[in-house]
Design a binder for this molecule. Structure first.
Ligand SMILES: Cc1cc2nc3c(=O)[nH]c(=O)nc-3n(C[C@H](O)[C@H](O)[C@H](O)COP(=O)(O)OP(=O)(O)OC[C@H]3O[C@@H](n4cnc5c(N)ncnc54)[C@H](O)[C@@H]3O)c2cc1C
Length: 426
C-alpha cells in the first residue's frame, strides 16, 4: 500500500489507536477532535484480552497494566436474598486470561501521549458533521459546512452518536435503549469490596448497582472505582427531583456496603448519566469513508466490549490496508473481516441486556432461577468466560494479531498489585 493521507474524525480509543497504528505503518495521519482539548469522557471500563492484545501490539500493555486493576471475575447477587445470579470467572477457560478495570482517563492518557509522541497532527475544537466521497478523495465537513480536510481515506471514530455515520449511505438504524446509568469515579478508601471482581447487585431487572475496580489515572494517583447505578433514562429527572438523599437511601437499602462511595457524592454533578443506543452499520464503509468503534457499532455496555471492539477495529483496518494495494479492496476486506465478530457480540448484547436492564419481571425471574443454575454446568462457565473475554469468535487473526500469552504476561509484569488479598463480598 502506498502512503495515504488519512483523516481521522474523533480522538476516542478507536481514533487514537487507528492514528497510532496507521502512522507507524507510514501513512500521513491527521486526527480531528471536537473538544478544545482532547479529553476522555466517562468513568471506568473493562479492557478484555482482545483490547489488551491490541495495546500490547502498540507497546502500551505494560503501562496499562501498571495503572489498571486486574479483574478475574464478574460477580452479581440478588440484593434482597444474596443469591448468586452471575459468577463468570476468566479461569473457566485455559490460558490465564484476565480483564483489566481502568479509568477512561488512563486509557485515553496512554493512547493520547503515544499519538503526540509519534508527532501525529491533532486538530482540536473542530466539530465534524459529514464526510463525502468524491472520486478517490474523501472530504470531511465541519459544522459551518466548510471543508475540514480532503484525504485519500477518512476514518470516522466519532462514537455512538456519530453525525458522519448518520449521514452515510449505509447509516444504521438507531435503537435508543430505555435504560442508561448514573456513573461516577470514586475513591475506594474504606470500601469493603473485592478488588479482583466487577461486583454487582440486582433487584429484578430494574435495579443494577455495580462497582468496578478501575485502578489509577496516573501512577501517583490513588486507586479509584467506577460506581454505577442503572436508571431508566426517562426517569432520571424525576430521580434527581426526589433528591440526592432519597437516591442514596435507595442504594443503601439495596447494598449497604456502598456507604463510603455515597459519602463522596455531594451533588448530582458528581454523577454523569450515560445513555445507550444499539446500532450496527453494515457494511462499515461508505465510499472512501470507513467507520470504526462505536460509530460502526454501539450497544449497551452490559458485556463490556465496546472499547475493546474499537481497538480491534483499528488494528484490523490497519492490517487489511497493509495487505491490499487498493484502498477500496482494503475497505471491503475490513467489512468482511469484522462482520462476524461484531455481528455476534451485537446480537449477544441485545439478547443479554434486557435480563439486567428492563421492566420485565419474567426475564429477571428466568435470570435468577434458570440462567444462574445453567451457568454453573459445563460447558456454560467456559462459554461465558469466552463471551466476556470477547473471544467467542477469534478476532485476532483477521487483525494480524496473536493473542498475548497471558501466563507469560503475568510472569513478566508480576501480579502483586493485581491480585492482592482483600475482603470478598461473594
Ligand atoms: C457507561 C459506559 C460504560 C462502558 N463500559 C465499557 C466497558 O467496561 N468495556 C468496554 O470495552 N466498553 C465500555 N463502554 C463502551 C466504550 O466506552 C465505547 O465502546 C468506546 O468508548 C468507543 O470508543 P470510540 O473511540 O469508538 O468512541 P468514543 O469513546 O465515543 O470517542 C469518540 C470521540 O469522537 C469525538 N467526537 C464526537 N463527535 C464528534 C464530532 N462531531 N466532531 C469531532 N469529534 C467528535 C468525541 O469527543 C470523542 O473524543 C462503556 C460505555 C459507557 C457509556
Amino acid at each position: 500500500m502506498k502512503t495515504l493521507d488519512i483523516g481521522i474524525a474523533g480522538a476516542g480509543p478507536a481514533g487514537l489507536a487507528a492514528a497510532l497504528i496507521l502512522s507507524r505503518q507510514g501513512h500521513r495521519v491527521e486526527l480531528i477532535e471536537r473538544f478544545g482539548q482532547a479529553s476522555p469522557v466517562g468513568s471506568g471500563l473493562m479492557l478484555q484480552p482482545t483490547g489488551l492484545t491490541v495495546l500490547s501490539a502498540l507497546g502500551l500493555l505494560q503501562p496499562m497494566l501498571g495503572l489498571g486493576r486486574r479483574i478475574d471475575r464478574l460477580y452479581g447477587a440478588d440484593a434482597k436474598t444474596g443469591r448468586t445470579v452471575l459468577d463468570v470467572r476468566y479461569d473457566a477457560l485455559a490460558g490465564g486470561r484476565f480483564g483489566l478495570g481502568v479509568q477512561r482517563s488512563a486509557l485515553f492518557g496512554l493512547l493520547h501521549a503515544a499519538v503526540l509522541a509519534a508527532g501525529i497532527s491533532v486538530r482540536t475544537g473542530v466539530t465534524l458533521t459529514a464526510a463525502t466521497t468524491s472520486g478517490r478523495k474523501a472530504v470531511l465537513k465541519d459544522a459551518s459546512g466548510g471543508v475540514a480536510g480532503a484525504y485519500d481515506l477518512v476514518i470516522d471514530a466519532t462514537g455512538a452518536r456519530s453525525a458522519i455515520a448518520a449521514q452515510a449511505a449505509t447509516a444504521p438504524t438507531v435503537r435508543e435503549l430505555a435504560y442508561g446509568a448514573f456513573w461516577a469515579t470514586l475513591d475506594s478508601d474504606g470500601l469493603a469490596h473485592d478488588p479482583t471482581a466487577l461486583t454487582q447487585r440486582y433487584d429484578r431487572a430494574k435495579v443494577m448497582i455495580g462497582i468496578l475496580p478501575a485502578g489509577r489515572a496516573e501512577p501517583e494517583d490513588r486507586e479509584r472505582v467506577a460506581f454505577f447505578w442503572s436508571v431508566k433514562v426517562g426517569d432520571a429527572d424525576a430521580v434527581k427531583r426526589a433528591g440526592l438523599q432519597t437516591w442514596k437511601a435507595d442504594i443503601r437499602a439495596h447494598w449497604p456496603d456502598c456507604g463510603p462511595l455515597l459519602d463522596q457524592i455531594e451533588d448530582w454533578d458528581r454523577l454523569s448519566l450515560a445513555r445507550y443506543c444499539h446500532r450496527t452499520m453494515r457494511p462499515p464503509v461508505a465510499g472512501r469513508v470507513v467507520f470504526v468503534g462505536d460509530s460502526a457499532h454501539s450497544t449497551s455496555p452490559q458485556l463490556g466490549q465496546g472499547a475493546n471492539m474499537a481497538l480491534i477495529d483499528a488494528a484490523t483496518l490497519a492490517h487489511v490496508l497493509s495487505l491490499n494495494d487498493d484502498v477500496d479492496a482494503a475497505l471491503a476486506a475490513y467489512g468482511r473481516a469484522r462482520r462476524y465478530h461484531i455481528g455476534l457480540f451485537q446480537m449477544l448484547s441485545l439478547a443479554f441486556t434486557p435480563f439486567y436492564q428492563s421492566d420485565s419481571a419474567a426475564l429477571a425471574w428466568v435470570r435468577d432461577r434458570l440462567v444462574a443454575t445453567i451457568a454453573r454446568v459445563a460447558p456454560a462457565p467456559a462459554l461465558l468466560a469466552s463471551i466476556v473475554s470477547g473471544t467467542l469468535i477469534d478476532p485476532f487473526a483477521a487483525a494480524g494479531l496473536k493473542e498475548c500469552d497471558w501466563a507469560a504476561v503475568a510472569a513478566e509484569f508480576g501480579r502483586p498489585r493485581m491480585i492482592e488479598a482483600a475482603p470478598s463480598l461473594a
